[in-house]
Design a protein around this ligand. Structure first.
Ligand code: GDP
Ligand code: CA
Length: 311
């Protein structure tokens, strides 16, 4: 079965890893949000791409879900001594990724090419693609004014109240080579349990992607469980936009793009409401604490998708 997974960082990476454990390299393409990308110390940093790649390569920090395992922080400590900004945590090994990516981009490689090369070096066999090779920036509109995503998320620890979002550069951006073709030729697209507002929506804002999805079977997995996000601001964003956070709110957010929806047992009471949106549903344990959980959830979703294909 040919699958395209749309993913942000930590939540997306976990399911992407589960899918990679179930599908062969020619069956899976992972399209990753780059709206969080930014320049820091002159370096191009792609937080979600790195989280997905480190996770698939088995070199991620298992505690945080982001950054690398066994990391050291010598450079950051030395930067602190110099009074340099240290709000963004840069580990020594992680820094090597940003340095080499920046060097390759300056030599004229595209972000897709750099990502493909890094995947080879890290032993990742499945295809990981940025949503676009063009710069696109998620801006969070807050009561403190407009903030770039990393400022909002890391510097201000997502405390400011959210009023809206915009994706700068979206109108001029092109989907990365192969992304639209992968969506058009796959059997199912899976929206990983990533933040709908700032991880999946930026991907949907890339011209052509939404249109391609309209002709595909699309299954979304809820990142909201029991009205809460497991981590991060997804639930807080729903509330501040004026929508009570729930699995159903996630399904409604994606609306007519979806054909199927996967949500947690804890929210089984929402089944009728979600089905009334015309969606097929899979209710299961969706919390992925271990690699085995990731693989089990991925297997269940693929079986669910297979049933959808047959129906
Ligand atoms: P980020 O870019 O690092 O913020 O990560 P994502 O956008 O990919 O994922 C963030 C979302 O993942 C949060 O809303 C979490 O609730 C959700 N999440 C994290 N782990 C899990 C999990 O194991 N299961 C589910 N269903 N959602 C998860
Ligand atoms: Ca992110």
């Amino acid at each position: 079965m040919k699958v395209v997974a749309l993913a942000g960082g930590v939540g997306g990476a976990k399911l992407a890893d589960g899918l990679a454990r179930c599908l062969s390299p020619d069956e899976l393409t992972i399209v990753v949000n780059t709206g969080d990308d930014f320049i820091h110390f002159g370096l191009k940093i792609c937080p979600d791409l790195d989280t997905v790649c480190y996770t698939l390569a088995g070199i991620a920090n298992p505690e945080t879900g982001w950054g690398r395992g066994g990391e050291t922080w010598n450079t950051l400590c030395a930067l602190e001594t110099l009074g340099a900004p240290t709000w963004f945590q840069l580990g020594d090994q992680d820094l090597a990724t940003h340095l080499e990516r920046t060097r390759r981009l300056a030599e004229g490689e595209t972000l897709s090419e750099v990502t493909r090369f890094f995947c080879q070096r890290w032993g990742i066999r499945h295809r990981v693609q940025p949503m676009s090779d063009d710069p696109m920036q998620t801006i969070v509109e807050t009561d403190l004014g407009d903030l770039s995503f990393q400022e909002y998320f890391v510097k201000y620890r997502f405390e400011p109240s959210v009023r809206g979002f915009r994706f700068e550069g979206a109108a001029q951006a092109k989907a990365a080579p192969g992304v639209l073709e992968a969506i058009t030729s796959c059997d199912v697209v899976i929206f990983c349990p990533s933040n709908p507002w700032v991880s999946i929506d930026p991907i949907l804002a890339v011209p052509g992607i939404r249109q391609a999805l309209l002709r595909a079977r699309v299954i979304a997995v809820s990142p909201i469980i029991g009205g809460k996000a497991l981590k991060g601001p997804a639930a807080k964003m729903f509330s501040e936009i004026g929508i009570p956070p729930s699995a159903q709110a996630v399904a409604l957010h994606y609306g007519s793009l979806l054909t199927g929806f996967v949500f947690d047992r804890l929210d089984a009471g929402e089944e009728m409401g979600i089905r009334s949106l015309g969606l097929r549903t899979l209710i299961t344990d969706t919390v992925m604490k271990s690699p085995a959980d990731r693989q089990r959830l991925a297997t269940q979703i693929l079986t669910f998708a297979q049933q959808e294909l047959l129906s």
